[in-house]
Design a protein around this ligand. Structure first.
Ligand code: AMP
Ligand code: P6P
Length: 336
């Protein structure tokens, strides 16, 4: 077979299904519909400056971020596509306070729930800096014949069936894992398909960049300031876009470490555990990296207590996360 032959996302997803005897195609359908939603959101993100969906909606979301119109558009499109899939029984979104049950199709009970941040890094939208969509898929735990409940969402990251992100940048790339490695697909606008472009992504053991909002340096705990000083001593470059998807995407390919530590404004960290930290941690671990919080707990093992709970995070190259861990152990008074 021609190794240069195009492999579309749909083809790849279906091939993966064939590895699972007895698979019904439900997860395949769900993943493919998320791919469709990504293409729809991509179309609007790319023309946001041309149509009246820039600017601020004026409301605030669960993170207290002022909601941009494109956030709401992306949120609506993801919900629409997941509704049409019939494979998702309920969703949770950064833009919505509680989870939403989705009606079944042909009375077939769906077995998956999906959590997502529809447009991460949305403060960058109006200045044409890359933003992204992050999603996380779990098997529901509630009885299939009954309604969904919050327990379907409050699962540890280790229980994720799939996780992925779409980065709307110089090109639009969808990266996802189902626990069997990480693969990246670049959207070819000329054929309207995501095509396999980054097979079996492996994160470098270390990198030349660290990524943190240096502006908060004086607000970080001592151990974090010491680690950041260490990064400077190593002459590492600082790269921080202010969009987690973009910052972690760079690290996945070039190596490095992304940090969002505890600050006075966000003592438990700013990023959301269920639809930012967990999916990105699943992807990075599957690529050979690590993801822990400031208490040195593995992100994927944190037992969630509420839908929009926040977490501190250090995520990226394994050797660099280990080094940061050593600094926390050496300088922090309490590590558990
Ligand atoms: P399903 O019957 O479609 O819900 O699939 C059952 C299980 O098989 C899923 O929860 C996955 O663990 C695995 N699986 C099925 N389809 C796929 C796929 N396209 N890619 C990766 N894993 C899959
Ligand atoms: P700060 C975007 O609003 C976001 O949720 C993440 O994508 C990003 O990493 C972080 O917040 C940036 O936060 O406090 O540095 O502006």
């Amino acid at each position: 077979m021609d190794i240069n032959r195009i492999i579309t996302l749909d083809e790849f997803i279906i091939r993966q299904q064939n590895e699972f005897a007895g698979a019904t195609g439900e997860l395949t359908g769900l993943l493919r519909d998320i791919g469709v939603a990504a293409k729809i959101v991509n179309r609007e993100v790319n023309r946001a400056g041309l149509v009246n969906i820039l600017g601020i909606e004026g409301t605030e979301n669960q993170s207290g971020d002022v909601v941009q119109k494109l956030d709401l558009y992306a949120n609506e499109k993801l919900i629409e596509c997941l509704k049409n899939s019939g494979e998702c029984c309920a969703i949770a979104s950064e833009e919505i306070e509680n989870f939403i049950e989705l009606p079944g199709i042909h009375d077939k009970p769906a077995k998956y729930v999906v959590l997502f941040d529809p447009l991460d890094g949305s403060s960058n939208i109006d200045v044409n800096v890359s933003v992204g969509t992050i999603f996380s898929i779990f098997r529901r735990k509630s009885d299939f014949t009954g309604p969904s409940n919050i327990g379907d969402f409050l699962q540890t990251g280790l229980e994720q069936v799939a996780a992925g992100y779409v980065i709307y940048g110089t090109s639009t790339i969808l990266v996802y894992t189902t626990g069997h490695g990480v693969n990246g697909f670049t959207l070819d606008p000329s054929i309207g398909e995501f095509c396999l472009s980054h097979r079996n992504i492996q994160i470098p053991k270390r990198g030349q960049y660290y990524s943190v909002n240096q502006g908060y340096y004086l607000k970080f705990d001592l151990e974090m300031r010491r680690y950041i000083d260490h990064c400077s001593d190593l002459n590492l470059g600082l790269r921080y876009i202010g969009s987690m998807v973009s910052d972690v995407h760079r690290i996945l390919f070039q190596g490095g470490i992304f940090l969002y530590p505890s600050t006075r404004k966000y003592p438990n960290g700013k990023l959301r555990l269920l639809y930012e930290c967990n999916p990105m941690a699943f992807i990075v671990e599957q690529a050979g990296g690590k993801a822990i919080n400031n208490h040195l707990n593995r992100i994927l093992e944190i037992d969630p207590k509420e839908l929009h709970q926040r977490s501190t995070i250090a995520i990226g190259s394994p050797d660099m996360v280990d080094e940061m861990k050593a600094f926390v152990e050496r300088y922090s008074a309490v590590t558990s």
